[in-house]
Design a protein around this ligand. Structure first.
Ligand SMILES: Nc1ncnc2c1ncn2[C@@H]1O[C@H](COP(=O)(O)OP(=O)(O)O)[C@@H](O)[C@H]1O
Ligand SMILES: [Mg+2]
Length: 279
């Protein structure tokens, strides 16, 4: 227990970050970033390219360690812990650059996530014990159920690397869900998807979030329609600084946010950085 975990327990917060700063040499990728995520919350993290969004995710999942600041998850102070500790405490993520085992089947990729939680252990696996067969069968069934949840029922036996990008992203989501996370972080889940696929993804995520009041989601995404439809709260970062934190409609009207986005696409009539939903 620490002052940080006491405070988050008192406030009913599942994931807390306090004044996180990350430097890479002379570059401050993220500066004084704070977050208090409540169970059931769907938070959007938006900002122009290079703003520090992925850096925030890497810090919040133990992939990199902060130069300064503290992080706690579900009452455990995890500052300076590695990704395994974050996973055990209940955080899961997907990556901006898809990280699947391309030569394994879709279900086997998902099983990697489930195996981490309740697999039979390496010794049983080496010895090929009967309970391994049962465990394997259970893993396959469990993976198939998760794949159904993300709308990939027909893809269970396909090779992951053969799927289009949009579907590979859904496999990553199913794999992350297999660890039964309290908090799921998605880094640009709609990248590589067309408009129809993005709408289906939005509905799938809404459905997922509605299944449990304890489950929280943090989404980094450029597709404003997805962000504005899905998220109950939005944080905007620009050049490593938190620019705004509020309800979607507040953030959309915030002059500093509009400037950060439009400032970049000035001269281009339709920049990628448009903040309006439906852009
Ligand atoms: N491992 C790293 N080493 C050096 N610089 C990095 C590293 N990771 C990110 N950066 C830099 O930090 C800044 C923020 O990057 P990133 O968090 O990936 O932004 P975003 O995800 O918002 O596009 C960028 O200037 C990027 O080049
Ligand atoms: Mg990024």
């Amino acid at each position: 227990m620490s002052e940080l975990t006491d405070k988050m327990n008192a406030n009913g917060v599942v994931l807390q970050a306090e004044e996180l700063t990350k430097r890479f040499g002379g570059l401050v990728a993220l500066s004084n970033y704070s977050l208090a995520l409540k169970p059931g919350e769907i938070l959007g993290l938006i900002g122009p390219n290079g703003a520090g969004k992925t850096t925030a995710f890497n810090l919040l999942t133990g992939v990199i360690q902060p130069t300064r600041g503290r992080i706690a998850l579900a009452g455990r102070d995890l500052t300076n812990s590695g990704p395994e500790d974050f996973a055990v405490a209940g955080v899961a993520r997907t990556f901006q650059n898809i990280r699947l085992f391309r030569d394994l089947s879709v279900w086997e990729n998902v099983a990697v996530g489930a195996h981490r939680r309740d697999g039979p252990g390496w010794l049983s696996t080496m010895l090929g014990l009967p309970r391994v067969w049962r465990a394997e069968r259970a893993l396959r069934d469990r993976s198939a159920a998760l794949l159904e949840q993300v709308g990939l029922t027909d893809m269970v036996d396909r090779k992951a690397g053969d799927l289009p990008y949009g579907l590979q992203r859904k496999v990553e989501i199913a794999r992350a869900l297999a660890t039964e996370p309290r908090v799921l972080l998605l880094d640009e889940p709609a990248a590589g998807m067309n408009a129809t696929e993005t709408v289906l993804l939005t509905e799938m995520l809404q459905d997922l979030a509605s299944k449990s009041t304890d489950f929280s989601l943090v989404v980094v995404e450029h597709d404003m329609r997805l962000v504005m439809t899905l998220c109950s709260r939005i944080q905007v970062i620009n050049r490593g600084e938190l620019l705004a934190d509020g309800l979607p409609e507040e953030v959309q009207r915030n002059p500093a946010v509009i400037e950060a986005y439009l400032g970049r696409s000035r001269g281009k009539r339709k920049g990628r950085g448009r903040i309006r939903a439906g852009a």
